[in-house]
Structure formats: structure tokens, C-alpha cells
Design a protein around this ligand. Structure first.
Ligand code: NAD
Length: 523
């Protein structure tokens, strides 16, 4: 490996506080999805680079973990300022490799920055407990210590936010980190590492190791890596959880999703339609908290429930689902799809292969007898003709046996399923394999409260379509959406990145010895 000062057209690694060019001879293309061309390559680490990255993090651990809380806190404060100052630059990078529109890239940075801000409070978050005089002359207390080298493996869809779910807390708690970003959009991770160095983080505390399965397996099997925080698709999450725990590591592995929005007949359908469009098509549906299924409790609209229409009480038009589908269709037609740098509403998909896979579900829908109401394949984008485009797609009357319903599509495809009752909708949601996020839209507080108690999902929105918890709560789903006991960030994050010790202490004053007693100690 050779050390260079700047990122060249091949994105390398960040080791010992500098960008390092790879000598593995293996690379993968990184595309600009709005142009449809590979604009750079990313290094795919070989065994010697994997070991060098881990060794650097291991060497940095003793000094970093012994630095005072106050000094670690100051570096987090400095990083927060640099991130906030230069976020426009990071947003450009994200858009150029992921495709999401600039505003959306700024949104993911803002959510990541929240976790940095939480981590600046590390002295309070790391506090232990103390019990005075638990027995005569004996006190018991607990302390939290960092784990050592921790691994983070992140997906393509949030190249800045997902690393920032873990990095700030892991680092502030005194760990050293090796981040393996997605090979589809690796530059944001290198940017974060460069800015951490600028903020005063000592070399080796934050390492970026670019690569593919070989790099992931290197982290999962290394005896020098204490924990793994993974975010990605369910099959890989499960593999990471099983392999990592088999190698004695603490693992949190967040997987895929299929998020439902349950709409009760009394809901404000304009609010629902706005939110279904935002949550279904924002970031081209490439969000793990995107709404991909609208479950409409169908039937005639109750009188007077549509605030926007004075005629509704007198003459209901169609069913709840008919009206909702019409409103979503109207809104989808107003969206401008195109290059994320041109002020469009929605960008392209991340790769051609992913675009084609998502589009193939529209054919499946047609074969399975669903109604394709808005077809994204006919989109006319404001962008290069070679971009990986697919417009917003709305599919009504999706059979729950169809792969369109059962599989995670991860694109701008919104399905509508019609049910007759609240219970039927709830059962449908609870019978799914995933349990990441869900939302209920209603004006009935009692029904919302019942839903919040009965639904088998980790994150719930009440008239909120994408209920991503703020940084001081924790993020994570149930079932196939999370393997492991710890969610991301919040108090779970602090707990994941620290190990507790309980200390029982006796200071003799005046010196009195209890003598020999082989019985069980009591007070
Ligand atoms: P992915 O599973 O393909 O990749 C995630 C990471 O795993 C990447 O770093 C990748 O290099 C690595 N990887 C891929 N194949 C591997 C293999 N065979 N062995 C070892 N490592 C491998 O996921 P993606 O396509 O980058 O991201 C989209 C997925 O992530 C979606 O399923 C989405 O729901 C999920 N996601 C979940 C959350 C959540 O919080 N639950 C958040 C964001 C994304």
C-alpha cells in the first residue's frame, strides 16, 4: 500500500489518518446513477489490507480509550462543527454516487448529525451507578468501558447517515472503528474520516476499509474485532449475525423491511395521500423506512370525514380506497423525476441492475392480476437518457400472495391492499416476515392506541409515515428486520459499544478483619 494525500479516481482506504491507495488489484465501478456511467472505481481490499486496517485500529485503542472523557467530548464537538459547516460538500458526494436529490442527501446528513450531537454528551451517557453501604463497610458500583476495535458494515442507501448511527457513539465511548461502507457509494465514508481527522481525531481511531465480501468476512472472523454493527438486506444481516456471533462477537445486524401504512376510513385522505407519496417515493423508495404498502380499510367514506370536500357528507364518491388511489395518482403526476442536482423531487435508482430488478416487479404485478395505476417505466426524466430511471409506480389491488407484496422491492413502487376491517389490516401486518416500521392514519385516538399496543413492529408512526426515532431513542425493528439484542443509537447504542463492570469494594476504617468464614457472605 502507498499513502496519498488525496482521493484519486480510485477510492482507496483511510488508514492511520490518511487516504491509502490499494494494491489489491481488485476494484469495482462506482456509478453516477443520473448519468449512467462509472465515474470512478472503488478498491476491494485483499487480506493484507484487511489485516493492516484492523492492526491500525488495534494499535490506536490503548491511547484513545485512556484519553479523558472531556478530551474525547471536545473532538466530537469539533467534528460536529466541521460536519455542519461542510455538509453541502458531503451532500454533493452522496448525490453523485447514490442518485438521491440534494435536499434528501442534506436530510440524511441532518439525521446523522443528531447522533453526533447525542455523542457529545458522552460523559453523561457513560455514567455508572453507585450503591453506598450495601453491607457494612461495603459499596457496590458499576463502570462502563469501551470494547476495543469495533466493525461497522453499511448499506448503499444512506452512505453518511447509517455510518453516523454508530460511529459517533462508538468513538466517543473510547472504541476504535473500522468501517466497511457499501462498494456502491464509498466516498462519503472517506469524507467523514477526513473530516474527523481535521477535527483532531488521532490517527487509527477511525479507519475506512473499502471492499466486498472478503472485507466483511475479514472483520467477522478477526479475533481483534470485538463487535459488528451491520445494516443491509435480511439474508446478509442473518449471515453476519450468525458468523459474527460464532466468532465470539457482539453483533447487531439490521435487515430489510416491508413497511405498511394502515389507513382507517375516518382518516384525512389528503394527509394520507401526501404522506403516502412522500414516504413511498422519497429517495426513489430506497429507504428501509419507506412505505411500500398502503393497507386501506375499505368501505364507504363516513359522512363528513373529508375536510377538503363539502359534498362528501351528502354524496360519498366511491370507497375509501378508490378515493385514496385517485388522490395518490394525482400527486404522483406532479413529481419531477430527474438528476438530483437539478432540483427534482426524485432521482434515479442506484444501479442499472437494481433499476431493472425493481421494474421487473411491475411485470409480476400485471401477471398476478393487480392493477398498475401509475407505471414508472414510462417516465420522462429531467436528466441524461442513460440514467437509471424508474418513475413512481402505484399498484392497486395487489394480491397478498404476489411477490410484489411478499418481497422487499426497495424502489419507487407503492402497493395498495384493500381490507374490510381494522383487524384484517392488523393481522396482515403482523403476519409479515419483517417488523421494521409501520404507520396508522386515523382520527380515532383509541384505535391508534390499540394499534400501537397490538402491532408486532419496532417503530410505529401515528399519522407520521416514516417514524425514524430521534437520536436519544433507539432505531431498530423486530423479526427479520433486526438480528441481535441492541438497536442502533440512543441508550441501546451506548450499551452496545460499552461493557459494564460491577465492583464490590471495602475499605477498612478502622482496620477490622472479619476472620475466616466459608459461609455465603451476607450483610
Ligand atoms: P446489502 O445487504 O446488499 O449490503 C450491505 C452491506 O453488506 C454492504 O456493505 C455490502 O458490501 C455487504 N455485503 C453484500 N453482500 C455480501 C455478502 N454476500 N457477504 C458479506 N457482505 C456482503 O444491502 P444494500 O443493497 O447495500 O442495502 C439495501 C438493504 O439494506 C435493504 O434491504 C434495506 O432494507 C436495508 N436497510 C435496512 C436498514 C435498517 O435499519 N433496517 C437501513 C438501511 C438499509
Amino acid at each position: 500500500m502507498t499513502t496519498t494525500d488525496q482521493t484519486t479516481t480510485t477510492v482507496g482506504h483511510w488508514i492511520d489518518g490518511a487516504h491509502v491507495a490499494s494494491t489489491s488489484g481488485r476494484t469495482a465501478p462506482v456509478y453516477d446513477p443520473a448519468l449512467g456511467i462509472a465515474t470512478k472505481q472503488v478498491a476491494l481490499a485483499d487480506e493484507s489490507e484487511i489485516q493492516a486496517a484492523i492492526a491500525s485500529a488495534k494499535a490506536a485503542f490503548p491511547a484513545w480509550s485512556n484519553l479523558s472523557l472531556a478530551k474525547r467530548q471536545q473532538i466530537l464537538f469539533a467534528f460536529r462543527e466541521v460536519l455542519n459547516r461542510d455538509k453541502a460538500e458531503l451532500a454533493e458526494i452522496i448525490t453523485s454516487e447514490h442518485g438521491k436529490v440534494i435536499d434528501d442527501a442534506l436530510g440524511e446528513i441532518a439525521r446523522g448529525q443528531e447522533v453526533v450531537e447525542l455523542a457529545t454528551n458522552i460523559p453523561s451517557l457513560m455514567k455508572g451507578e453507585f450503591s453506598d453501604q450495601v453491607s457494612t463497610g461495603i459499596d457496590v458500583y458499576s463502570i462502563r468501558q469501551p470494547l476495543g476495535v469495533v466493525g461497522i458494515i453499511s448499506p448503499f442507501n444512506f452512505p453518511a447517515m447509517v455510518p453516523l448511527w454508530f460511529l459517533p457513539i462508538a468513538i466517543a465511548a473510547g472504541n476504535t472503528v473500522v468501517l466497511k461502507p457499501s462498494e456502491k457509494d464509498p466516498s462519503a465514508a472517506i469524507w467523514l474520516a477526513r473530516k474527523f481527522t481535521e477535527a483532531g481525531l488521532p490517527d487509527g481511531v477511525f479507519t475506512v476499509l473499502n471492499g466486498d465480501k472478503a472485507a466483511v468476512d475479514g472483520l467477522l472472523t478477526s479475533p481483534d474485532v470485538e463487535s459488528i454493527s451491520f445494516v443491509g438486506s435480511t439474508p446478509i444481516a442473518q449471515y453476519v449475525y450468525e458468523t459474527g456471533t460464532k466468532h465470539g462477537k457482539r453483533v447487531q445486524a439490521l435487515g430489510g423491511a416491508k413497511n405498511h401504512m394502515l389507513v382507517l376510513p375516518d382518516a384525512d385522505l389528503d394527509l394520507v395521500a401526501d404522506n403516502a407519496v412522500n414516504a413511498g417515493f422519497g429517495s426513489a423508495g430506497e429507504r428501509c423506512m419507506a412505505i411500500s404498502v398502503v393497507v386501506a380499510v375499505d368501505g364507504p367514506r363516513p359522512a363528513g370525514t373529508d375536510a377538503s370536500r363539502s359534498d362528501v357528507a351528502a354524496e360519498p364518491v366511491g370507497t375509501v380506497a378508490d378515493e385514496l388511489v385517485a388522490k395518490i395518482t394525482e400527486r404522483a403526476a406532479t413529481l419531477r423525476i430527474g438528476d438530483g442536482r437539478r432540483g427534482c423531487d426524485m432521482g434515479p435508482l442506484v444501479t442499472k441492475q437494481h433499476r431493472d430488478k425493481v421494474a421487473s416487479y411491475i411485470e409480476v404485478a400485471e401477471q398476478d392480476g393487480a392493477e398498475v395505476v401509475v407505471d414508472g417505466r414510462t417516465v420522462r426524466p429531467d436528466g441524461d437518457e442513460n440514467g437509471f430511471w424508474l418513475g413512481p409506480t402505484l399498484i392497486d389491488k395487489v394480491p397478498t400472495t404476489s411477490r410484489v407484496y411478499t418481497e422487499e422491492i426497495f424502489g419507487p413502487v407503492l402497493s395498495v391492499v384493500r381490507v374490510q376491517t381494522y383487524e384484517e389490516g392488523l393481522d396482515l401486518i403482523n403476519s409479515g416476515a419483517f417488523g421494521n416500521g409501520t404507520a396508522i392514519f386515523t382520527n380515532d385516538g383509541g384505535a391508534a392506541r390499540r394499534f400501537q399496543r397490538d402491532v408486532q413492529v419496532g417503530m410505529i408512526g401515528i399519522n407520521v409515515p416514516i417514524p425514524v426515532p430521534v437520536a436519544y431513542y433507539s432505531f431498530g425493528g423486530w423479526k427479520n428486520s433486526l438480528f441481535g439484542d441492541h438497536k442502533a443509537y440512543g441508550t441501546d447504542g451506548v450499551s452496545f459499544f460499552t461493557r459494564q463492570k460491577a465492583i464490590t469494594s471495602r475499605w477498612l476504617d478502622p482496620a477490622t478483619h472479619g476472620g475466616v468464614d466459608l459461609g455465603f457472605p451476607s450483610n
